[in-house]
Design a protein around this ligand. Structure first.
Ligand SMILES: [Zn+2]
Length: 300
């Protein structure tokens, strides 16, 4: 990881910033703090759905308390966009407080990798380690199979949709078909280079090829509002920008790999080019992770 990550600031959710982006749909913004995600609270007449918890028990409690304020006694449901710690490792605060729903592959991926990711994230500096103090990984109360399930919140239907491997093995988006609002998780970021969690041998599941396919599916939904995993809320142009980045990264990496250029040389040559294309995007360390991921797959 980068030196930036090693000196990561406190990954704390600040619920005061909660913003209503549509009627009874709120986002607790990430304030562009690394390892804090955008969090969704979606209210129906009967139940209230929370999307992601941020990392660690204290953040989970902050999100829970905010959701309870919005719910005003209505029961809560919780879903997580993917198993990564900064998105879901506050879920323990919701145990016995909400019905927790994941797709089956996400539950399995959490079982396979969750403990290892806690150890990995603890190396990211004292602020991150402190946030993870006392973390417990909790199972969902319900899982669904296949590409989609619908939650009826009462007067409002929400779709949970997954297309398998992309940023992780089991990314899930939350889609409100009537308002065409998409909570994209880390499939889409705003002004942040796409996050390739390519950490072989522990985790090499990220698949840029399939990620591009998934982004096309998300574009086909024609969302009016896109809530990225990190960064400011935007529209479908966030998805297009991400897809175009991945496609060019793929094409350039595969071209140089086919010429027999060594992977470290590919990184050294391409990183400055992509930085120059996106001078205002953050977390440039992920460019190299993305190149290494595409390169490794080209050698299979
Ligand atoms: Zn992630």
């Amino acid at each position: 990881m980068s030196e930036d990550a090693a000196a990561a600031p406190e990954p704390t959710v600040v619920a005061d910033g909660i913003t209503e982006i549509a009627r009874a749909v709120w986002v607790i913004p990430d304030r562009r703090v690394p390892l804090v995600p955008n969090i969704g609270v979606i209210a129906g007449n009967d139940t209230v759905l929370v999307v992601d918890t941020a990392m660690g028990p204290a953040n989970g409690r902050r999100v829970l308390n905010t959701a309870k304020e919005k719910a005003q006694g209505r029961p809560l449901q919780l879903t997580i966009t993917h198993f990564h710690p900064e998105h879901g490792f506050g879920a323990q605060a919701f145990r016995n407080e909400a019905t927790i729903v994941y797709n089956r592959a996400q539950r399995d991926e959490l079982h396979d990798k969750g403990a290892g990711y806690v150890e990995l994230f603890r190396t990211f500096g004292p602020a991150v380690a402190a946030a993870l103090e006392g973390v417990e990984l909790v199972d969902p109360d319900e899982v669904y199979d296949g590409e989609t399930t619908e939650l009826d919140l009462g007067g409002r239907t929400v779709q949970l949709r997954t297309w398998g491997v992309a940023h992780t093995r089991s990314d899930q988006v939350v889609y409100l078909p009537e308002e065409r609002i998409l909570f994209a998780g880390d499939l889409v970021e705003e002004r942040i280079f796409p996050i390739y969690p390519y950490f072989p041998p522990d985790d090499a599941d990220v698949d840029g090829h399939r990620w591009i396919d998934v982004l096309r599916r998300l574009e086909e939904l024609e969302p009016a509002v896109v809530v990225p995993g990190h960064g400011a809320v935007g529209d479908v142009r966030l998805i297009v920008a991400a897809r175009e980045f991945h496609e060019l990264l793929r094409d350039e990496t595969l071209r140089l790999a086919a010429e027999g250029v060594d992977v470290e040389q590919v990184v050294a040559r391409l990183e400055p080019e992509f930085l120059a294309r996106h001078p205002d995007w953050e977390q440039p360390e992920w460019i190299g992770f993305g190149i290494r991921s595409f390169y490794a797959r080209s050698q299979d």
